[in-house]
Design a protein. Structure first.
Length: 702
């Protein structure tokens, strides 16, 4: 039988010899067996690509033996960078732009630690780019610099260089292109080849394409994934209903936004002698997506769906996300059910979980339910008449659940969500606050209840799964807020502790006072980011001891992980060994993908708001001071959802200074103050897509 070789054996040889080795030496150490030659060459290439070994002259050496750190370069808008080490125990390494070499934002690199240190973080120099993250770049045509030669600038603000391209086709300044970088010509200048012309930069759809490319949002599904989808049935089959609880006779409904196309969750509420019975039915995606399949691997890589103003990049192909797994009305669908009993005060008495089959009776929208139940609109009530009694029960139960959640200290920041509108009459793009009704709250309360119930159940069964955890706020930021509030009218009302209930009480005390905005904003900024982890740290914001994501497996991979864990428990399949390390890595990956989606969606909204403002230069707006710095203050507009900067350099009546301890800006001569939450009138001076900045000037009387 022929000897086989793998990566671990090659790495063991390096570690045993304790010195750099040439490929020939490794081949000799393996006994010069001809059938191994190709395998050795292939494995060495793979190890080099993975950053495990590094070529130094003719020899190869173990990276772990060098004074080098492997990580990912993250460049900030200001131009400075940090290498985020692969080894999470290490601190982030500061890298000056002069020491980037040819590395770009998000490249996988090796960095050498410099012997001197000037700041809090160690400082380094990039010595090798292991893997280029970007195969193509979106760039804007700046000018023509020769016959068929154009100078272009990357649209990603974290890429600080220019590119030169040749094109026989005439290109217009301001057009956005996709380019394939080739080679550096000189510092901060690369040659590139033209791949595609996306279109004019002022087009929202072009901006959307650009953001997807810049944030490496996947758009096309691999052929094998699409092949697996075609092998799935168009509808659930009768045999799929075996061993499932048949709930098709119950009046389940889905309630979502008007533009929604994938429906993860359906609800049904019944009156009982003790109070209420709530059924939360969630699409059983795991029935169709096998662990380790191409569909599963692609969904894992994406981590979640990505939502944009004009399109969605789903985690699963539309045939599955909008079809087979979506809880569309009047068709049978496979689900995982959380059935919960509550008393009349909304306290959960018991819960059980099982696979089921339902048939949604209505696809309802938040507005439709709002009109029928809150407004009492006759036409709207008529439209939902068959399920109206059930919806009224849902409102009753949701009100009780909300009251209990607030009593335990769950923190609700009442922040408007932006929504993009097209004013066709005036040809204007507008970003306005999304209308929010109690119908939104009904679904949110039911989803929170289901998520908590599943997490508690899996925890009691000691089944490893991914919690949705939200750590306690940053103690330093909280201390700064309390120090500031000691100088205000809230000084005597400050809590001694900082539990969720204490902070919720603080928000209530500040409500309807001039300090409301300041307290809300600074408290929000002290909050940590929620994440996925196999270790339960609780959910601070919801004041929940045990919480997970169970209710959206069509658009979040973390929910699919929970579904699989729940199914294993239900059939008594418990792991012999708890693989928390794998779950930890999975949680880190999914948390990273979630942040990636948030950053892309946030940038898209920023770009949409700039496009909306471009035609309104010179107009006056009312806004609220939303943030302060040592060079100016930001103003959030009331009329449309946009934020811009008033620079100190634009204020001509005095010299102004930022006083961070007091969270105010004060004029040296006049004593004029600017504080968070203060209303001001501003004039729009600039809306700049290139820099992603909006500049305001203060109206003179302000």
């Amino acid at each position: 039988m022929k000897q086989k070789i793998n990566k671990q054996e090659i790495l063991r040889i390096f570690r045993k010899k304790q010195k750099p080795l040439t490929p020939k030496e490794i081949y000799t150490l393996l006994g010069k067996k001809k059938h191994l030659k190709k395998a050795v060459k292939r494995i060495l290439k793979e190890l080099e690509e993975q950053g495990k070994i590094l070529k130094t002259g003719k020899a190869l050496c173990l990276v772990e033996k060098l004074p080098l750190v492997k990580g990912v370069l993250e460049i900030q808008g200001s131009g400075i960078g940090f290498v985020i080490p692969e080894d999470k125990r290490r601190k982030d390494i500061f890298v000056h732009p002069n020491n980037f070499e040819d590395a770009w934002h998000e490249d996988e690199v090796l960095v050498a630690i410099l012997p001197f240190k000037t700041g809090k973080s160690p400082e380094g120099r990039i010595v090798r780019v292991l893997k280029k993250k970007r195969e193509k770049i979106v760039a804007k045509v700046k000018q023509k610099i020769g016959s068929q030669v154009y100078l272009t600038q990357p649209t990603d603000l974290r890429l600080h260089f220019s590119l030169v391209i040749e094109s026989p086709e005439k290109l217009q300044p301001g057009s956005l292109l996709t380019l394939k970088p080739e080679a550096p010509l000189e510092p901060s200048l690369w040659s590139a080849t033209l791949e595609d012309v996306l279109g004019p930069e002022k087009d929202l759809s072009v901006q959307e394409k650009m953001v997807k490319i810049n944030h490496l949002i996947p758009t096309d599904f691999p052929a094998q994934v699409l092949k697996e989808v075609t092998e799935l049935p168009a509808h659930p089959k009768e045999k799929d209903f075996d061993q499932r609880t048949d709930l098709r006779s119950l009046p389940f409904v889905t309630i979502d936004g008007a533009k929604a196309r994938d429906f993860d969750d359906a609800i049904c509420v019944q009156k009982t002698a003790q109070g209420y019975k709530l059924f939360v039915a969630i699409a059983d995606v795991s029935h169709y997506v096998d662990f380790g399949s191409a569909l599963d691997k692609e969904a894992l890589e994406r981590g979640n769906s990505y939502y944009f103003p004009l399109s969605v990049e789903p985690m699963f192909p539309p045939a599955l996300s909008n079809g087979l797994c979506s809880l569309n009305p009047h068709v049978p669908r496979l689900v995982m059910v959380a059935e919960m009993d509550f008393n009349k005060q909304g306290q959960k008495q018991k819960a059980k979980f099982y696979p089921g089959v339902i048939e949604s009776k209505f696809r309802l929208t938040y507005t439709q339910v709002h009109q029928a139940l809150e407004k009492g609109d006759t036409q709207a009530k008529k439209e939902v008449e068959p399920v109206l009694p059930m919806l009224e029960l849902a409102y009753e139960l949701a009100s009780q659940l909300k009251k209990l959640r607030q009593q335990r200290g769950s923190i609700d920041f009442d922040l408007p969500e932006p929504e993009i509108h097209f004013n066709l009459q005036e040809g204007l793009l507008e970003v306005r606050p999304r209308l929010r009704y109690f119908s939104h709250q009904v679904i949110e309360e039911f989803m929170i209840a289901a998520n908590e119930a599943v997490a508690e159940f899996l925890e009691t069964k000691e089944m490893p799964f991914l919690y949705r955890v939200h750590p306690a706020p940053d103690p330093e930021k909280l201390a700064s807020l309390f120090k500031l509030l000691k100088t205000t009218t809230l000084a005597e009302k400050l809590p001694e502790k900082t539990s969720p209930k204490d902070l919720q009480d603080l928000l209530k005390k500040a409500e309807h006072t001039e300090l409301a905005f300041l307290v809300n904003r600074l408290l929000l900024r002290s909050m940590m980011q929620a994440k996925y982890s196999p270790v339960n740290e609780g959910h601070f914001g919801l004041a929940s001891l045990s919480y997970c994501h169970f209710t959206s497996p069509i658009r979040r991979y973390a929910d699919l992980v929970v579904h699989r864990a729940l199914k294993k428990v239900l059939v008594g399949d418990f792991p012999r060994k708890k693989k928390l390390k794998k779950l930890q890595k999975l949680g880190e990956h999914l948390s990273l993908q979630e942040r990636k989606a948030m950053e892309a969606e946030r940038e898209m909204l920023k770009r949409a708001s700039i496009l909306a403002l471009e035609k309104r230069i010179g107009q006056e707006f009312t806004g609220i001071v939303s943030s302060l710095s040592d060079f100016g203050f930001w103003v959030e507009l009331e009329e449309i959802m946009a934020e811009g900067l008033v620079r100190f350099s634009s204020l001509s009546d005095d010299y102004y200074s930022f006083l961070p301890d007091r969270q105010e800006i004060r004029g040296e001569r006049t004593g004029k103050r600017f504080v968070l939450g203060q209303k001001v009138r501003v004039v729009l001076e600039r809306a700049d897509l290139d820099r992603l900045q909006v500049d305001f000037a203060l109206k003179e009387e302000d």
